[in-house]
Design a protein around this ligand. Structure first.
Ligand SMILES: Cc1ncc(COP(=O)(O)O)c(C=O)c1O
Length: 415
């Protein structure tokens, strides 16, 4: 059999819908300026699916900093990995400013959040160590653990009682191996919007000896009194040993960082393979990130606008009888009952008849029979956007209950 035979026979759990869904449900093209309104399939739509939480993607000062960075340095500079030939004072400045913002001794830049997380896990644990992690951990955490030669124990999502059981198991094991324990959670869970129970997790430190790594991709810039993250929200910055953030969301850029005690970050700098064996972040990204961080720190109005929209949207949806689960963050899931066919029909209806573009998640990512429509409010949405959307969702729910949507996948051939 040829290795590539599988590529046409079985495209995998997501690829199996490629023929019907590509270009519409999957790999859709959003065109025009990044904003609350963009062009999809030739028409303007109200966009609720971009993690541009603070609306910085198109902020004039951000655009200017990005352009000036590119004009001055090009995209190539610096050449090589940080350790070899890719170090600059601007990379260091960004790290210093990030560390100060999240109140840690030191920070280190990551070229991508995903690869960075993988590499943090890979470099900080060895075969004697045990990882204990939440069952809803993001793919980058799961993939990082795939590189781990030692044991790993999972606890059901946010179940602190079970986390304690896993910590007991891990403690027994590490007493034999002589290793340590790493607990990994997210600050904000990106699908459901609920928070990792950081306060309860750190409380367990008085009984068990472990280190805590928090992936705060969605919390950085959005959560806490100064936007410094979910650990700031809970008042536990000192107890979170390693804080991870990405630039892909609130920072509306690319890259990420990890922050913690100097000695630990220093160890990561000399051991993280994703950074040792990969080219340094290009200068426009670094200068652009410095500008974004400055705006996040000095212009709280972006976060205030975001939360105004979040509260209006989430309260309005709840009042309209929609189930938005347990979210405590800007991430706003709307849960409906139905199969994959109904989910695609609803998305199609929202996009074509209401001109609302949001992301759709169905089985197998969520349990069978659940449709999750995910709305990401941002600082550049308006209260009119919110009320229009709440009405549309109310109507869609009603139509679903009246069995107006077929259980077949939407026929999008003629769109
Ligand atoms: C929880 C979480 N961790 C990590 C990442 C990966 O970050 P990046 O997009 O910077 O690679 C994401 C998604 O972007 C995420 O949602």
């Amino acid at each position: 059999m040829d290795l590539f035979d599988k590529c046409t026979v079985n495209l995998g759990p997501l690829g199996k819908y490629a023929d019907q869904a590509e270009g519409y449900f999957m790999f859709p093209k959003l065109e025009g300026e990044i904003s609350n309104r963009m062009i999809f399939h030739g028409k303007e739509r109200l966009i609720w699916s971009l993690n541009n939480y603070l609306g910085l993607a198109n902020h004039p000062e951000v655009r200017k900093a990005d352009a000036e960075g590119a004009a001055q340095f090009g995209m190539a500079y610096p050449m090589g990995a940080r350790m070899m030939s890719g170090q600059t004072k601007f990379h260091e400045q960004l790290e210093n400013e990030l560390a100060a913002y999240v109140k840690r001794e030191h920070a280190y830049l990551l070229n991508y959040g995903y690869q960075g997380m993988l590499s943090i896990i890979n470099s900080i644990v060895d075969r004697k160590d045990v990882i204990v992690y939440d069952s809803e951990a993001h793919a980058c955490i799961i993939d990082g653990m795939r590189l781990h030669f030692g044991k790993r124990f999972v606890y059901p999502h946010n179940n602190i009682e079970n986390l304690e059981t896993q910590l007991k198991r891990a403690t027994r094991l590490t007493e034999q191996t002589g290793g340590g324990i790493l607990v990994i959670t997210e600050g904000v869970y990106g699908m459901s919007g609920d928070l990792g129970k950081l306060d309860q997790i750190v409380a367990l430190k008085s009984k068990y000896n472990f280190r805590l790594l928090v992936d705060d991709a969605h919390g950085f810039g959005t959560m806490g009194p100064t936007g410094a993250g979910t650990d700031e929200h809970f008042g536990v910055q000192k107890e979170v040993d390693l804080y991870f953030g990405t630039f892909a969301k609130s920072m509306a850029g690319i890259g990420g960082f990890v922050a913690g005690d100097y000695k630990v970050i220093k160890y990561l700098m000399y051991n993280m393979r994703s950074q040792i064996f990969a080219k340094s972040l290009p200068m426009p990204m670094v200068l652009g990130a410095l500008k974004r961080l400055e705006l996040i720190r000095t212009q709280p109005e972006h976060r205030e606008n975001l939360w105004k929209i979040v509260h209006a949207l989430q309260n309005g949806l709840k009042e309209a009888g929609l189930d938005i689960g347990n979210t405590q963050s800007p991430v706003t899931p709307v849960m409906l009952n139905g199969g994959v066919g109904e989910a695609t029909q609803i998305t199609y209806d929202l996009r074509e008849n209401y001109n609302i573009f949001c992301s759709i998640v169905s089985y197998p990512v969520v349990p069978k029979g659940v449709i999750l429509l995910r709305l990401i409010p941002t600082a550049v949405h308006t209260l009119e956007d919110v009320s229009y959307t709440i009405n549309a969702f109310k109507e869609v729910k009603h139509k679903l209950e009246q069995k107006a949507y077929s259980t077949e996948m939407a026929d999008i051939e003629n769109v």
